[in-house]
Every structure is written in C-alpha cells, then in structure tokens.
Design a protein around this ligand. Structure first.
Ligand code: CTP
Length: 397
C-alpha cells in the first residue's frame, strides 16, 4: 500500500513531536519514501538525527540551508501526501492565511498533494474560535484533519480535545486520504462482527468461538476506502476500528434490532457476525446454584437476522452474508445464498487449516447471485477483507 509512495512529514513545535518519529518509522518500514521537514520550533523538541536515522533520508529545517533553494517547491511537487503531525495552532493559523515564511509553510502552499494535519495543542487553544475558524477554512480548502483527541496533555489531565491522535490512527487516516476515492467513497456500509451471547443466568452465557476479527477488518478496510461505516459488534476483544461508528450489542435479538434500525440508510450490509442460533428458553434472574446432579437446559431458536431484514431491504442495498460450513462448503454456501436471498456470500470451510474462527488468517470462496465465484487463498484476515471489498465493488459495478 505504501510501497513507492512519497510522503512529506511536517513536524511542528509541540511535545507530541516525539511521537512523529514512530509515524515516520511506520511509513518507512511500509516502503514509503519519507521526507521530514522540521519547523524551527520542532527542532527544540526533537532532533534532526532521529528522523534521519528512521527515514534514512536527509531532513530539512530551513528555506535557507545550502542546497534547499527550490526544496519548498520540489518536495510538495513530488509528494503523494503531506502529513503535518503535530500541527500547532500557530502552523494552522499561518497555513490558513497562506503564509510561506518557512520551509514547511512554503511547501504546504506550493503543494498540490493532499494534506492531512494532526493538530496538537493545549485544550484552551483548541477551544478558541480562532483555531476552529482556521481549521474550518483549511477543511474547506480540502485539507484532511485527524484529531485532536481527549487525553492527558503535557500540562496535565484534560477532558477536552487537544492531544495529538496516536501515530497508528494518523496512519489509518492517511490511508483513507490516499485510497478513499474509489467506488465505496461515501457509501454507507453496515458490518456485523463477533459472536452474540445469550444468558443462562446473571453470570453464565451461551456463546461461540467467533473472534470478531473478520468483521472488524472489513469495517476498517471499508472505512479506508472512503465509506461511512457502522459496525454492530457482539462481545469481542478486538480494538474499535479507526473511523468507524461502533455499536456494541450482546444478544442476537439486540443485533437484529440494531441491523434493522440502520438498514434503511445503508448501501451495503455485510453480515460477518456469528450470532447465536439458540438461546435458553428461560433466563434466570438469580445465579443457578451448583448441583451435583447437573441440569438440563432447554433452548429455542433465535431470529435469523438476515431473513428478518427481507422486508426492509431496498433496491440499492447489496446484502453480503457469510457461511461457515464443513464439507462441500461451496455447494452449501450457494444454497445458503439462495435461501437467505443474498447478493453475495463468503464461504469458509471450517475444516481447512488456518481458516475460520479464532485464527488471524482465513481462506474463503466468494459467491455472487450471478454465479461468479472468487477463490481467496489463505492469508491474513485484513487481506481477505480487501479481497471481499474488491468483490463487492466489482459486483456493484
Ligand atoms: N446469521 C443471521 N442470523 C442468525 C445466524 C446467522 O443473520 N441467527 C447470518 C450470519 O451472520 C451469516 C449467515 O447468516 O452471514 C450464515 O450464517 P451461518 O451460521 O453459516 O448459517 P445459519 O443460518 O446459522 O445456518 P446453518 O447453521 O444451518 O448452517
């Protein structure tokens, strides 16, 4: 994704400047060529040598260094993306005014590449209307903004935004800036993930081994492609994907309700969740005491979420289901595609090593209603997610 890309990373004078070393390194190890431009203020927080070591490239700090006469033009011209992290209130104000009195601001003014800024400042400074107006103006000019977020600031705890977004979040936003203009841009994508669980009593539940990884990977990948993504997830240990609205549910009927609520405004539904198919007929209000004789639990079927959406599905909706099968997986998947009246189904063979639940990898076959069959060999779930989204984009035409 980053291989061969050229990035200008502008760093201005904030304490968060040290975190930009991680960002520079993350970009470099992914194959990007990273040209770091430090403002004069940044050099008081972090050294040139550190960035030169992680990017293995010369770092520039001034318009007037020998050999940099045209740097403010050439850097921006060659770049695929300019990131400014941290971006101080002062940098935002100067950029909003179109000032070009140092190498970074001149580069920003001369560049045609997309710009992503990660503001970081004291929470009072961020709350000022002057800063808000500058950011609004830069957004109008097409600049992208990530953060700031709420979290401890250098001068102590704050309950208002000011802290720079973490390098990992900046990287994810940068990927959305670079790759977010494809067919899924602005599409509303609803993804479900994880297991659901049904209570036996206040402390015991019935659930399954779904990790939620596939659904989380799909949600984040769709967001990176420019979609607006809502993720309805059962209980999982997965961190919330960047940029995605996350709705947490517990039971199959809660998941069904959340899906039905969001379906009318969705363009794509991806049901990657493994909702519990059964729930105890009665759930007790108090803990069932241990009994040597054991006990028998009666189950009833939960709602089939996909079938429950049939009445609400609108003509522009693309409905994608999953199927976990054992033996003759593709034929069973095709039958499930018809039974659930889906546009597409992603079939996992649970007996295939490295595929299915509780593993970081997957191998799938994607079937669509027109008979197109795409085999995706064993790979990381994040890459399987990309292949599934490629197939969805191709299907939607
Ligand atoms: N699914 C659903 N509602 C359920 C169970 C599953 O909408 N209560 C969805 C899953 O999210 C998946 C698809 O249906 O997209 C197929 O799930 P799977 O568990 O393979 O199929 P089941 O419908 O449970 O059928 P069976 O267990 O008979 O294979």
């Amino acid at each position: 994704m980053w291989q061969g890309r050229r990035v200008v990373l502008g760093v201005t004078g904030g304490i968060a400047a040290y975190k930009s070393v991680h960002l520079a390194r993350a970009l470099s190890v992914r194959g990007a060529t990273v040209d770091v431009v430090l403002s004069h203020g940044a050099t008081r927080f972090i050294g040139v040598a550190t960035f030169e070591a992680v990017t293995r490239r010369r770092v520039v700090t001034s318009l007037w260094e020998p050999g940099t006469a045209l740097e403010h033009v050439t850097l921006g011209e060659q770049a695929d993306l300019i990131i400014v992290a941290p971006a101080t209130a002062h940098l935002l104000a100067r950029a909003a005014q179109g000032m070009a009195d140092d190498l970074l601001s001149a580069t920003l003014l001369a560049a045609r590449a997309p710009v992503l800024v990660a503001p970081a400042m004291n929470d009072e400074m961020f709350a000022q209307s002057a800063t808000a107006a500058n950011l609004a103006h830069l957004r109008e000019r097409g600049w992208h903004v990530v953060g700031p977020v709420v979290g401890p600031l250098a001068e102590g705890p704050a309950d208002r935004p000011g802290r720079m977004s973490e390098p990992e979040a900046i990287l994810a936003h940068a990927e959305r800036v670079l790759y977010g203009e494809g067919p899924l841009q602005h599409a509303k994508v609803l993804v479900t993930a994880g297991p659901t669980r049904e209570a036996i009593d206040p402390v015991r539940v019935v659930t399954n081994r779904s990790s939620g990884r596939m659904g989380h990977a799909l949600a984040e990948a769709a967001w990176r492609r420019g979609a607006e993504v809502t993720l309805v997830t059962g209980p999982t240990g997965e961190p919330p994907p960047h940029g995605v609205t996350v709705l947490r549910v517990e039971t199959t009927s809660e998941m069904a309700a959340a899906v039905r609520r969001h379906l009318p405004s969705s363009d794509v539904l991806i049901m990657a969740a493994a909702p519990a198919d059964y729930r105890p007929v009665t759930s007790r209000d108090t803990k069932l005491p241990r009994s040597e004789g054991g006990f028998t639990l009666a189950f009833e079927a939960t709602d089939d979420i996909l079938l429950g959406t049939l009445a609400e599905r609108h003509p522009r909706l693309t409905t994608v289901g999953f199927a976990l099968e054992t033996g003759d997986a593709v034929a069973k998947g095709r039958a499930k595609l018809r039974r659930k009246q889906l546009d597409m189904i992603v079939v996992n063979d649970a007996l295939e090593p490295g595929a299915g639940f509780e593993v970081p990898t997957n191998a799938v076959t994607i079937l669509d209603v027109h008979g197109v069959e795409t085999r995706v060999s064993l790979r990381d779930k994040a890459l399987v997610a990309e292949a599934i989204l490629d197939a969805i984009e191709a299907y939607r035409g």
